[in-house]
Design a protein around this ligand. Sequence first.
Ligand SMILES: *Cc1c(COP(=O)(O)O)cnc(C)c1O
Length: 689
Amino acid sequence: MNRRYPVLDSFRLAAAALVVAIHTSPLSSFCMPCDFWLTRILARTAVPFFLMVSGHFLAEKEWLNTLRYLKKTLLLYAASILLYLPVNLYQGIRAWPDWLRRLLADGTLYHLWYFPALILGVLLTRALTRFGLPAALITAGMLYLIGLSGDSWYGFATRIPLLDTFYHAVFSIWSYTRNGLFYVPIFLLLGAACFRLPHKTAAAGALLALLAMSAEGFWLQAQGVQRHDSMYLFLPPLMICLFSLLIEANHGERRQFRSLALLIYVIHPLIILLVRGAAKRTGLEALFVENSLLHFAAVLSVSGACACILHFLFPQKPRADARAWRELDLSALCHNAHTLQQSLPAGCELMGVVKADAYGHGAIPVARALQRAGVHAFAVACLTEGITLRRAGIRGEILILGYTPPSEATLLRRWQLTQMVVDAAHGDALATAGGPVRIHLGLDTGMHRLGIPANDLETIAALYHRRNLHIKGVFSHLCVADSLADPDVAYTQAQLSRFYQTVSWMQSHGYPPGKVHIQASYGVLNFPEQACDYARVGIALYGVRSNASPVRRPLDLHPVLSLRARVTSVRTLAIGEFAGYDRAFQAERITRIAAISIGYADGLPRHLPQQGGCILIRGQKCALIGRLCMDQALADVTGVPGATAGDIATFIGSDGAEILRAETVAAQCGTISNELLARLGARLPTVTR
Ligand SMILES: *Cc1c(COP(=O)(O)O)cnc(C)c1O
């Protein structure tokens, strides 16, 4: 197939139509065996297909999105329950306990079994994958066989008394074996395993399996053993081959098809009722109810139309990876947090510095991931950053490493933020701001930026006598800890000794210092053995060094952020043609250039192309050319013949075997990675993986 065609997403629509067929029996007024084949055999591929795509995408993200996926499924189920509650009530809920059982096990209407089964199945599957895919597949396969014996092979199973008792017990919970543990996991896992068979094998396999499953279905029906008809022996092999064919042909995606298919799935039973009701009212029952094919067509088209209307009523959010985005590897972040925490002396706690939107990474996803990883203390640069974290549900200590006007003291209290005291006057003003404030004293030990001079013991003592100042900590900041040059090391040592002198004076004079902290990232990397309660780590947490200078104790830290953008247009320049503002690039040979949708408004340094800046496309390095624009960049892609619109261009991060490090890009632009990252603009959405 030459054209890019989103086969997987399109097949979702076909699968939704098959589910509608199951519930409307389109061929029943013409040919019963044909209808049996269509709805009880062929259409039984639909739900396994939905499960396999889910399993495929969950596994692709290493099951990291499982919780989010479950939440979404739960919400959808809740909405569906509400939608069908009137139908339930109209039909009459005879026994509430049974309705509750159905709510948890069977779904509250016949097609809603899918949601509780999916939730249970995903939980079970996720647990199984921890034992490795092969073991998980074998277990799920056995569960499937148990389910099958209670489904289309049921008549054979009941000949064994023990099995009969077993299935009786099962059916007191779930009405069908399809609804519980037995059906969902195998298909989720087959989607996760995603066997890619050679094309011919897959095509022949699918055809053979379909024939075998048809024979199986008709034979079981003739035997009269079917209790239900969702599970066949030949269904999993058919799905393996079918999925392999679909994945092979799949190019790109069409997200609206996903929500349309889901909406059709959820609403079509309601539409069946509406079509029947409307036909009765208008006297058109002969046409739209008794003619099964027209009935099916009416239900499918009205469901499709309603799904489209609903889809447009609730417009989808734009995709985060459509233009330019920052991509966060949260497992790398978690690894870094653990590595750093492990490296600290006992009793010293990691304080995650997430100021400046977590150094351009996105403060909320970073702080939430750190909180999940067991970090309980955070630092920000200003009041609004602190409030943002609290609103996002961040608990524990949040320290503001910068000036907050005393007039805002109420907000400090309201959000339980800890304020640093930047100098004596600030401390004074905070003390008279009209209420208690939780503070850490900043000490100036030689940086001469913020803090009370470390030898100004009088001021420190005076602040302890102010009723409204709740002094919970004392800290200082090192200004050359990244350098191992002798004079710099001596300067750092002097800062450290001034700091600890003051701290011990406070301890011995009845001024409890509270939490004591002085190291930032380079303090941890170069001066690890400090007696502290916190280490305020920023840049190292993101797996990046500020610059290329060596450190005394390197740690195994992994970069968290990748910066990527889409190629939007590719064109060819003849020799001598120019590109970009100022005609800054001139083609010396026939040159293919790509326009990429990111610019200096997103935070990239404008002179990056002139400093030898590169990007990665299809795993290959390409030079940036011309002037970087506000929203566009140009790159020479002559060396990547396949490069085309829609490709992903990587500015920071890895692609294939190549990697562009933030440190390298920063050095090219004559700055440190801290600045490069912190400038990444608010226009960039964050994609986590
Ligand atoms: C920014 C900052 C930090 C974190 O610095 P890194 O070098 O990124 O770890 C620590 N302390 C103070 C006072 C800061 O301003």
